[in-house]
Design a protein around this ligand. Structure first.
Ligand SMILES: C[S@@+](CC[C@H](N)C(=O)[O-])C[C@H]1O[C@@H](n2cnc3c(N)ncnc32)[C@H](O)[C@@H]1O
Length: 837
């Protein structure tokens, strides 16, 4: 409960003293006592739910008044110190958690009475200050409708505000009798009133709108009081008997007349207050004294000030005129004075024309720059959102509009465009022997559906966008790779298309600097074939080694770099094999008179190894001694690698995992198709797509669909399904680990047993019979399972009520239960025993 000032506003009244005397935690106890005296609901109740109960005086009263063995549950945002015979807990009554906790305590029981004395702790350090009193009442009513027994009683505190009438209406829908009353212990100055609702109707279904603050209070929502209407049109003012404004519970309001003179909003004062007073305060008010003595403060004015609520339009005007006159006398700024001042200003010589223009221009500039800033900020925000969406796989990079600029966009801090032109970069590059040639700008269409503008600006924008998209796509890929192992493996396989797959590692791309720079140098030779935007868009900084094509020998870039090292230079015929193979390839290609066909799906395990393996020279063995290191012979190498790919009987170990591959395998096995058919099938429209110059993200996206659809047979699909089922039937890692652990422990046990048995067997003082019996004992003891300690059930009653942690004097495993649960469990056991008899 909020800490009350014990000295303010007569809080130390007789009820306060009486509460102290009687040992109640709050004077509020007497409110419940008096309400109960009038309606007598507590004596009839066996179960009471006290919502907003802290510090707990209502619970104390309930515990005293209700029959023995009654159940009292108290809940509040603040902790409630334990009260004998009362279950208390800390929770917010507006939450689902609180509802569930009450349900947990009540089990299947229903409450005979629900009490609610809640008041939101507005303005204090409490968390829950957003609900106003009326909303809190609705929340408590909602709980009451769930837990009250039919015919039960709901007692609640309500403030007589504009929400009072709607609340009464709602109560009347749910209860047979609704009465509002103010117990004598409730202070007169307080607008609180208690509503006692009896005879809960317990309807089967309650319209949720009935308990929804938004719909219950919506009609009367009038956030700003219309003071003008009250003052200028008092005759026709509609007197809504809505009671007090929220948070404004005092009926009669007086304000010193001097404040009415000083205020800048006299209408508000006339609309809100009952009286403008001339009585001197204790400390004295000079302004009020002067006002009182002024001849302008006539008897008529005094009469008007005495009761503002009875005044008409004419009287209000009179008061306003009086205020103006007095303000003039006191020297306060008035409308007249302001007008005069304005006239004075108007007389000042007009500003020099040029100066004026300059000022106007300055203003325009400022306006323009602030507009630009705003736009830039909005764009940044938009882009941020897009990136987040992309990271969450909600959008493809393609969805990002053409206007995207990003952190490296025009005017942005990290703009990469044009970085190649800066001398700093060339100086940096020279240090590492690279001179990046400036390629002539081509009029290049980005192919992204750009507007087709051909002027420089649109080209620049296109480039910028291209770079931007590439960078975003790179970021996206990195993120995806970090999160998705499958994707990582797929990408790694793609990047090592040349069969240099070495598994996935975090520093996959992180080849040494030198290697990167070598790649750089080489690629600069091919610059002319590259699209212009790549060169201008910071290519040297973003260059990817693996983009470079294989060399003339069919070796991958990395393999070629490796064999370029000095130690291989003297080895003749290093590339013979690959050349031969290339010639073979060429022959085949010529025969087919077509570009390289797409790979057939059945070759899920590609046989490209041969290419990489072809690279090591056959003459290496001769130079072995000279070089000082062992060069692995080609045949050995092949055997070793191939061994992994073959079954024991020497056949290739191909793992078919797709229905398409299985279909093809079946067709091949049954002779329905030949290997030539497979090669033929590779020549599809998908093999001839021109992919040059297309951005990587586009190709990746296209690649998902740009493949031929191969037919699959029912049998193949069933076979794959069966195979997958077998895979899935394998135990998961955790289970396998647990089993292994168990096995390991059993082995350890056995080992121990063996040792003990050996000791017994080796004991010379024992007869053979004794030895046999003690070994048998050891074996049976090892086979016995260790009994786990039973869980002790501890009642959460008496000193154990409401404690957290281990109860005193309880050792080993335990479980806290409330007394009823223990009783119920016993009863269940009894019943099941009886049934089994
Ligand atoms: C007037 S006091 C209640 C006094 C109580 N009936 C007694 O006898 O001592 C109002 C209580 O309402 C509690 N309260 C306010 N909002 C609440 C909420 N959302 N959930 C639970 N309690 C709340 C406050 O913590 C405060 O202790």
């Amino acid at each position: 409960m909020a800490i009350q000032k014990k000295h303010g506003k007569g809080r130390l009244d007789k009820w306060y003293k009486l509460a102290k005397e009687k040992g109640y935690r709050a004077r509020a106890a007497f409110k419940l006592i008096q309400l109960n005296k009038k309606y007598g609901f507590l004596e009839k109740s066996k179960v009471v739910l006290d919502l907003c109960a802290a510090p707990g005086s209502w619970c104390q009263v309930a515990a005293e008044t209700m029959p023995a063995n009654s159940i009292i549950i108290g809940v509040d945002l603040s902790p409630i110190k334990p009260i004998p015979k009362v279950i208390t807990f800390q929770s917010d009554i507006t939450t689902e958690k609180c509802r569930a906790t009450i349900r947990g305590h009540l089990k299947t029981w229903k409450a005979d009475t629900v009490l609610h004395d809640g008041a939101p702790n507005v303005g204090t350090a409490w968390v829950q200050d957003s609900f106003n009193q009326a909303e809190l009442v609705l929340h408590s009513l909602k709980l009451a409708t769930e837990f009250l027994v039919e015919g039960g009683t709901f007692v609640t505190k309500v403030f007589r505000s504009k929400d009072y009438n709607p609340l009464l209406w709602v109560f009347n829908q749910l209860f047979a009798k609704v009465e509002a009353t103010k117990p004598p212990s409730s202070r007169n100055v307080s607008a609180e009133i208690f509503v006692v609702c009896r005879g809960f109707k317990a309807p089967k279904r309650i319209d949720p709108k009935l308990l929804d603050p938004r719909s219950v209070f919506e009609d009367l929502a009038d956030p700003t009081p219309n003071n003008e209407a009250k003052v200028y049109n008092p005759e026709v003012k509609k007197r809504k008997r809505d009671g007090y404004e929220e948070g404004d519970y005092i009926q009669f309001k007086e304000i010193p007349a001097s404040e009415f003179i000083q205020t800048v909003d006299p209408i508000a004062i006339l609309g809100q207050y009952n009286k403008l007073g001339f009585d001197q305060p204790k400390n004295g008010d000079v302004a009020l004294a002067a006002l009182d003595k002024l001849p302008e403060t006539t008897e008529e004015i005094r009469n008007c000030c005495a009761d503002l609520k009875v005044l008409g339009r004419k009287e209000f005007k009179l008061l306003l005129k009086w205020r103006m006159k007095v303000r003039e006398i006191f020297g306060f700024p008035t409308k007249k004075a302001a007008q005069e001042a304005a006239e004075e200003v108007a007389e000042v010589e007009p500003m020099d024309e040029e100066l004026q223009i300059q000022e106007d221009l300055q203003k325009l500039k400022e306006k323009e720059s602030s507009k630009k800033k705003r736009e830039r900020r909005r764009e940044n925000e938009k882009k941020q959102k897009e990136i987040v969406r992309m990271q969450m796989n909600m959008t493809a990079p393609m969805d990002i509009g053409m206007e995207q600029e990003g952190p490296r966009g025009e005017g942005a801090m990290f703009r990469l465009k044009g970085i190649d032109q800066t001398p700093a970069l060339s100086r940096l590059a020279k240090g590492k022997m690279i001179v990046v040639k400036e390629a002539p700008k081509k009029d290049h269409d980005s192919g992204l559906g750009s507007s087709g503008e051909t002027d420089d600006e649109s080209d620049e924008d296109g480039d910028l966008l291209e770079t931007e998209l590439d960078a975003l796509y790179d970021e996206y890929r990195v993120r995806k790779m970090e999160a998705d192992a499958k994707y990582r493996a797929k990408k790694a396989r793609q990047e090592h298309d040349d069969d240099e797959w070495e598994g996935v590692s975090a520093d996959e791309k992180g080849d040494s600097d030198d290697e990167e720079l070598e790649g750089f140098e080489e690629s600069s030779d091919e610059d002319d074939d590259e699209p212009a935007e790549r060169k201008t868009a910071g290519k040297p900084l973003l260059r990817d080694l693996d983009d470079a094509p294989s060399d003339a020998n069919g070796l991958s870039k990395r393999a070629a770099n490796f064999f370029k090292q000095g130690i291989f230079q003297d080895i003749e015929g290093l590339l013979d094999f690959s050349e031969e193979e290339e010639n073979e390839d060429e022959d085949m290609a010529n025969a087919a008179a077509a570009p390289k066909p797409q790979e057939a799906p059945v070759t899920a395990t590609k046989s490209k190894k041969s290419k990489a393996k072809a690279a090591p020279p056959s003459k290496e063995a001769e130079d072995e001694e000279d070089c000082g290191f062992e060069v692995v012979k080609k045949d050995e190498d092949e055997d070793w690698e191939e061994a992994e790919k073959r079954t024991k009987d020497g056949r290739p170990n191909i793992d078919i995992i797709t229905a398409e591959a299985m279909t093809l395998a079946q067709q091949l096995a049954s002779g329905e198709k030949t290997s030539y058919d497979l090669v033929d099938d590779g020549f599809t429209k998908h093999a001839f797509r021109d992919r040059d110059g297309l951005p990587e993200w586009f190709l990746d996206d296209e690649g998902k669909h740009d493949k031929p659809h191969r037919p699959i047979t029912k049998a193949a699909a069933a076979a794959i399904k069966e195979k997958m089922r077998a895979y899935n039937a394998r135990p998961i890692k955790k289970v396998a680990e647990a089993r292994a652990r168990k096995k390991f422990k059993q082995a350890q046990k056995l080992e121990k047993l063996k040792k003990k048995a050996d000791i017994v067997a080796g004991d010379e003082g024992m007869s053979e019979k004794d030895k046999a019996t003690s070994i048998a004992k050891l074996i049976s003891a090892a086979g016995r399972k260790q009994k786990r300690q039973p869980i002790k059930v501890v009642k959460a009653a008496g000193t154990n009520r409401g404690i957290s942690g281990r109860p005193k004097g309880v050792k080993g495993r335990y479980k806290m239960v409330d007394p009823r649960m223990k009783k119920e469990m016993r009863a269940l056991k009894r019943v099941s025993k009886r049934k089994s008899r």
